[in-house]
Design a protein around this ligand. Structure first.
Ligand code: PLP
Length: 456
């Protein structure tokens, strides 16, 4: 088959199991720590998450069965198509073959519902009535709103204020799916009020919104908190992407030389790449590249340290690359890539040299997004544009080297709700931002008295 544009699977080809990379790591992941500096007990997480998800979080099983009701909901849009980006290849004149998983076909338009559906299901099974969460760009909030609606759960979303103002359409989507969306920091929680008192004009951050959502959940026994990225079980729920991609590429006789994903908390990147890392761990020669914004350089400039997932320090300490939990990111448009930490599993893979990380500036990413839309048609989310920009770099390099190269990347979401970002780009209102070293040092200073993960 040489002239196809997309590879489409049938409903019964949705993967039946998630892949848990924890089972295949050479060195164990450092455990999350509690306030006393000791590894936390699964029971310590009970006020925050339902126990069925806590069990997944600590599981070391390689494969975990996906319950039938989750498969049924996922089949609303899964399997997602694998495309070959022939028009972009032609425009670049590259010998590289570029493939992408289109996760923009889900109802809210990104990869996020792959875990939102699973989390809503497990919360419902556990008897939870209401779920709280945070959202950056609004992709996660809208995904969870849709998933809660599918399973008859209430949903409250704390949305980072800058995105709440810049991206009003996502909050309307949440409303359509029956969720409540609140600008964060808000006066609903103690942590929100404390921050507003110090800085009433703060643009907010994911770290602040997480504090609010966790505080809200733990103060209501019928509520639990849900996180859209970072944690092991969230990354695992996303592996349906990579597992499908493997089947699709097999059907056309291809295997990637390089796998690329943008990384905010790490979930779409992990979802695509971890099933391929399974092969790499077992001897396959390939590259895996995570792309982050230069304005929030978690993997490329921040230390590997124990840090909290939120500003108020309510979450356990996680071993991860972190800019420090008080980090307030500059207002770049890729709202979903502005988190201060990187998933412990992704951070660990970076330390084990299984993956590489690069940081790109937003003007290059917007230029790549526009080139993509003008060749491939689909308008990408600003987050996704980071992966596209790296794909273009790799494809140009293949051209210079005269090498055939198979590139696979995760097209993590569409940008139809992000057009204000595109408008700002066309109006010349966007600029690049490189965090000065002294500012970086100031942020990471908050971790200096926290325990340190093992080195080496
Ligand atoms: C379209 C899109 N891609 C990527 C991301 C980054 O998140 P993660 O690293 O968890 O995939 C987001 C986050 O909101 C997103 O909305």
């Amino acid at each position: 088959m040489s002239d196809f544009t997309k590879v489409v699977l049938n409903d019964d080809e949705i993967p039946r199991q998630w892949y848990n990379i924890v089972a295949d790591l050479k060195n164990p992941l450092p455990p999350p720590l509690g306030p006393n500096g000791k590894p936390i007990n699964p029971d310590d997480l009970a006020p925050v998450f339902p126990m069925n998800l806590v069990e997944q979080e600590v599981s070391t099983e390689r494969w975990i069965d996906i319950p039938e009701p989750i498969l049924e909901k996922l089949s609303l849009w899964r399997p997602s198509p694998l495309y070959r980006a022939r028009n972009l290849e032609r425009a670049l004149g590259t010998p590289a073959r570029i493939y992408y998983k289109n996760e923009g076909v889900s109802p809210p338009g990104s990869h996020k519902p792959n875990t939102a559906i699973a989390q809503a299901y497990y919360n419902k099974e556990f008897g939870v009535k209401r779920i709280t969460t945070e959202t950056g760009a609004g992709q996660w909030g809208s995904a969870l709103a849709m998933a809660c609606c599918q399973f008859g759960l209430e949903c409250r979303v704390y949305m980072v204020r800058i995105s709440f103002d810049q991206k009003p359409f996502r909050k309307y989507m949440m409303q359509v799916w029956g969720a409540e969306c609140i600008a964060s920091p808000s006066d609903r929680t103690r942590s929100g009020r404390a921050i507003l008192e110090k800085d009433p004009d703060t643009p907010g951050s994911l770290g602040i919104a997480i504090s609010e959502a966790v505080e809200d959940a733990v103060s209501d026994e019928n509520a639990r908190y849900s996180l859209g990225s970072v944690l092991n079980h969230v990354l695992m729920h996303q592996t349906v992407i990579g597992l499908e991609a493997k089947t699709q590429l097999r059907k056309v006789g291809e295997y990637p030389d390089v796998v690329i994903g943008c990384a905010g908390g790490g979930s779409n990147f992990a979802g695509l790449s971890f099933p391929f890392l399974y092969d790499k761990i077992n001897g396959r020669d390939m590259r895996v590249v995570a792309v982050e914004p230069a304005a929030c350089p978690t993997m490329t400039r921040a230390p590997y340290a124990y840090d909290h997932g939120d500003v108020a320090g309510l979450t356990p300490l996680l071993a991860m690359h972190s800019l420090g939990h008080t980090f307030v990111p500059p207002p770049i448009h890729a709202g979903g890539l502005r988190y201060h930490g990187m998933a412990p599993l992704v951070s660990h893979c970076l330390r084990e040299n299984l993956i590489e990380a690069v940081a790109l500036h937003q003007l290059e990413c917007y230029a790549a997004a526009v080139q993509w839309a003008r060749t491939e048609g689909f308008i990408p989310a600003p987050e996704t544009s980071h992966a596209i920009a790296q794909v273009i770099r790799e494809a140009r390099q293949a051209k210079e080297e005269g090498k055939e190269k198979v590139i696979l990347f995760n097209w993590s979401g569409h940008g139809l709700m992000d057009l204000t970002g595109y408008a700002a780009y066309f109006d010349g209102k966007l600029s690049d931002y490189e965090m000065p070293e002294d500012e970086l040092q100031k942020y990471i200073g908050v971790m200096k008295d926290l325990p340190k993960p093992p080195t080496g």
